[in-house]
Design a binder for this molecule. Structure first.
Ligand code: NCD
Length: 315
């Protein structure tokens, strides 16, 4: 594997290998006081973020450091980007300094793919516009495997702002590749046109189903994945008010009770508590939100390992 740009072209075998490596790394670090493996010693990983981030950026940095890579963080707002430097020139600058891998987050869909065409380094897409966020989908899949055993034949209901969500796109692709059925629940204004057919873009895929009634969907669901309402990507009013959104699509305690006993609640974060998810639901043992964050480090270690070390040093 040279780059990780999207889950749409990630074959089932490659996705499963990444998840298995993440699980093995998690087990090997369990109970250790010192979280440090020598695997990426001498390698340089640069995180290049043109958008804000807490989880994704910190966990890539931790993942790199736990594998002994040298990690350099660049925020566009504090770099020569503010002086007018192009993405291409910035990328060549980093490659010239010896970066082995660039982890990029950018507001433009397709930015990570462009970077991968230009520079000789490995590229990981940490979120490009509303397009893809592959490591988020992988950490969600890792969390669902932990909680549900397998994704094969499971039903995952994705709720909310599908239109602007790279998390939804990456998850739909990966969940279908891993054998799950995906049901989308959202206001009609926050569903992209033709979304029903997204699932059939996958090799051996099948269509997603779409509805607007969350209460009706919950009893048949193995996992609910809530999406943040992405106000920063909205031009105009997509629903009347936060209160109305919450009434129709918020995961309240009453709605939690409609889920089967084994069902799990996910949110990629940052959460809008009280709107997308009730405080008590976010903090309940049914929610795996902290586990998602924890798995994020191991999944990103696995991705760095497969990109930078796997050929020379098989596990
Ligand atoms: C997501 C993102 O940035 O796409 N957050 C994340 O990576 N954990 C989701 C979001 O911002 O809503």
């Amino acid at each position: 594997m040279r780059h990780l740009l999207s889950t749409a072209d990630l074959p089932r075998q490659a996705a499963t290998a990444l998840l298995d490596t993440a699980e093995a790394l998690k087990k090997s670090l369990l109970g250790r006081e010192v979280h440090k493996l020598p695997t990426l010693r001498g390698r340089t990983v640069v995180t290049l973020f043109y958008e804000q981030s807490t989880r994704t950026r910190a966990s890539f940095e931790i993942a790199g450091k736990w594998m002994s890579a040298d990690v350099v963080n660049i925020s566009a707002g504090e770099s020569s980007v503010t002086k007018g430097e192009s993405l291409r020139d910035t990328a060549f600058t980093l490659a010239a300094m010896g970066a082995d891998c660039v982890v990029i987050r950018h507001p433009a869909s397709g930015a990570a793919h462009r970077l991968a065409d230009w520079v000789p380094t490995h590229v990981i897409n940490a979120g490009d516009g509303s397009h893809q966020h592959p490591t988020q989908a992988l950490l969600d899949a890792a969390t669902l495997r932990d909680r549900l055993g397998t994704l094969n034949g499971r039903t995952v209901t994705i709720v909310g702002d599908v239109l602007h969500s790279r998390v939804a796109r990456s998850n739909i692709d990966l969940l279908i590749t891993l054998g799950a059925h995906v049901h989308l629940v959202a206001p009609p204004t926050l569903l992209p046109w033709g979304v029903e057919n997204w699932g059939i873009r996958q090799a051996h895929g099948w269509p997603v189903t779409v509805g607007h009634d969350l209460d009706a969907a919950l009893p048949g669901t193995d996992a609910v994945m809530l999406l943040r309402v992405q106000a920063e990507r909205m031009r105009g009013q997509f629903f009347p008010s936060a209160r109305e959104y919450s009434i129709n699509y918020g995961l309240t305690e009453a709605r939690l009770a409609l889920l089967p006993e084994h069902a799990v609640v996910l949110h990629p974060g940052p959460m809008l508590r009280g709107m997308e998810i009730a405080h008590s639901v976010a903090d309940s043992p049914r929610a795996a939100i902290t586990e998602q964050v924890r798995n994020g480090v191991h999944v990103r270690m696995a991705v760095l390992y497969h990109l930078l070390a796997a050929q020379e040093d098989q596990p």
